[in-house]
Design a protein around this ligand. Sequence first.
Ligand code: ADP
Ligand code: MG
Length: 693
Amino acid sequence: MPELSELPVTALSGVGPALAEKLERLSITTVQDLLFLLPLRYEDRTRVVPIGSVRPGQRCVVEGEIQLTEVVYRRRRMLASTLSDGTGWLTMRLFHFSRSQQAALARGTQLRCFGEVRGIPGKLEMIHPEYKRIGPAGGMPLEETLTPVYPGTEGIQQGRLRRLTDIALELLERNPLTDWLGPGMGTASMRLPSLDAAIRQLHRPPLDASLEQLGSGRHPAQRRLAFEELLAHQLSLRQLRARAQLDDAPALEVKGPLYTRFLKALPFTLTGAQQRVLREIGADIGKPVPMLRLLQGDVGSGKTVVAAAAALCAVDSGMQAALMAPTELLADQHLQTLTGWLEPLGVKLAWLSSSARASERKSVLAALASGEAQIAVGTHALFQEGVEFRDLALAIVDEQHRFGVHQRLRLREKGLASGTAPHQLIMSATPIPRTLAMTAYADLDVSVIDERPPGRKPVTTAVLPAARRPELIERVAAACSSGRQAYWVCPLIEESETLARQAAEDMAASLAEALPELSVGLVHGRMRGAQKERVMAAFKRGECDLLVATTVIEVGVDVANATLMVIENAETLGLAQLHQLRGRVGRGSGESSCILLYEPPLSATARRRLEVMRETDDGFEVARQDLELRGPGEVLGTRQTGLMQLRVADLLRDIDLLPEVQKRADAAMREQPDSVEPLIRRWIGAAERFGQV
Ligand code: ADP
Ligand code: MG
C-alpha cells in the first residue's frame, strides 16, 4: 500500500470521477489531503438538551411531546408543531411536508429533533430540523462522539464527507502518516499528541473533549497541527528566500564619495539606530547576494534618510536605485525630499507615476534605460511592464503593508536585464513584535529603527465628541496665530471618494468662514497631481496655515511646523491609520497635539481604539494593541492573504509556539532536509508554494 500522501482519493470506494472533481475543488487529491480537511466546528448530538436551557443559535438535540400541530400561513404555508418537555416549548416549522408527515406529528407524539435554534427566548423555533418520533424502541440514537462539520463545497453533503473521512481514518490506523516532528523533537515536551492522534481527535473528538476548547482552537490536537502548519509556512518562506539568494547581485561600494558627502551635508546627525541599520544594510549590499531586508521604524523615525543613503551606494557604484511609494502624494513627497538632498550633489533623479503624461513618461523611460537617471522615485508604475532600467542595483519599497510578497518577487526581474538581481529594502511603518516579524517575514532580515530623532516631544492626544468642534476652531486659531500650522482631516466615511471630497470641501469652506484671518488649503484624492502639489508646497512653505485633507495625507507628509491635527470621525478609522495620521505632527521640536473627534455613540472596539491612541504614542505598542483588536490577518495585510493563509494556526493565538517553530525550522533545514518538501506540500497549496497568486 502506498503512503497516504501518495494514495489518490479515487482509490477509496465510492469516489468516482464526479466526486473526485468536487473534492479537487477543495484541493483534495490524496487521502492525506482528505485527512487534513479539518472540521470547521463541531455539533453535540451526544445528549438531549432541556428546551428551557437552549439559546438561539445553538445547534442541539431536544426532545418533547407535541402539544399542537397545525398548518399556518405566514408569508408562506407551513406546518408548525409545538413541542414541550416541561422545561419550555419550541416550535418546529416545516415548509415542505406531506399529508402523512402531518398525520404522524399528531398531538401527544414524542419527538426528538436536531437542528439550529432560532427566534428569541420564549419564541424559539427550529426550521426543518432532523427529527424522529420516539417510539417504544427509542428515537434516533444519540451519537457517541461530537459530530464534525466540514468546510462545505457545492454538491458534497456533510454525511458524505463524514463517511469518506471514516474510511480515511480507518486507513490511517494501518498506515500512519510520517510524523516529521517525531516524539524526540520537542512536541512531546510540549505535551502535544502525535500527528495521527491529533488528526483522529479532530475528526472524531471523544465525548469528553471540550467544545469550548475546540471552538477557540486551543485543543492540544489543534495546537499540534498549528505547530506543524506554522513550521511548514516558515520552511516555505525560508525556501523562497534561499531561492532568491541563488541569484547574483552586484556587490556595491559602501561609504563611497556621494554617500560620505551626503551624510556630511545633512543638517542633523543620524541617530544611533539609523547608524546601526545603515551598517546592517551596508553589510548586505556589499555582498554579491541579493539583500532581502525589512526596515521597520515608527512613523517619523527617519527611514527616508536611510533609504537615500542606501540609494547613494548604488549611485557610487555607477548603478541605479529605485524608491517606490504606495501613493502618488507620497512618491511626490519623496521626490521633493530627495531632490533637496541630492540635487546639490549632482545626482540625477527621475519621477514616474501612472498619471505621467505620455511625452513625460517617454523621456523618463529613456532616462531609466540609458542610466542617465540614477535614482528613480515613483509609484507602482515604476515596476510595471515596459519600464526598463540600465542596471537597477537597489529597489526600495516604502510602506510595505500595501505591498505583497508576490509583488516583491517581481522586483527581481527589473534588475535581471543587467544580469544581476537588485538588492531589496522594504520599509514599513507598522512595527510588529519581534517573534511575529520573524514568522511573517521569515523570507526577510529585519532591521529596526527603535529610536526617534532627538528633541521630539510625544504628541498629546485627546478624544472629544464632535459637538465640541467650536472649541477646536479656537484652538486652531490660537496655534496658527502663534506661527504654527494645523491639519484638519476628514476621512472617507462612506465608501465614496466623492462624498469624502464633499465633506472635506464643506469643512474647508466653513473653517475658512470661521477663521477669516487664516489661509485655508484643501487636498483630496481626486485632485490632479499638479494641483495637489501646489497646495502641499504652499503648506510646506508656511503660506497656508490650515490644511483640510481627506486621508490622502496618511503617509509621508512632512511639515515640521505643523503641530496640531484634528481628525473628524476618528471612530471610523483603524489604529494603524490613526497612528500614521498622527505621525504627521510632532515632527519638529514644538509641543504637538492631536484631537480625535467622534460621533457618539461609540462601539466598544471603537472606544478601545481611541483609548489606545490617547494612552500611547509608541508605534510598537499601537501595533500590539492593533493585533489584539483585529488579528494578524488584518494587520499584516497582503502578506497574510497571500503566503500565509493559515488553516489551523492563528499567529496571535499561537504566538507562544513561534519561538519553538523557529528552532524547529533551523533544525529541519540543518538535520532533516528531507522533511522540508513533504511538510510544505502537506500544508501549502501549489500556487502559494511557488509564490504565485
Ligand atoms: P519616516 O520614518 O516616517 O519615513 P521620515 O524619514 O519622514 O520618517 O523622517 C521624519 C523627519 O525627521 C524628517 O523631517 C527627517 O528629515 C527628520 N529626521 C530624520 N532623521 C533625523 C535625525 N537623525 N535627526 C533629526 N531629524 C531627523
Ligand atoms: Mg516615510
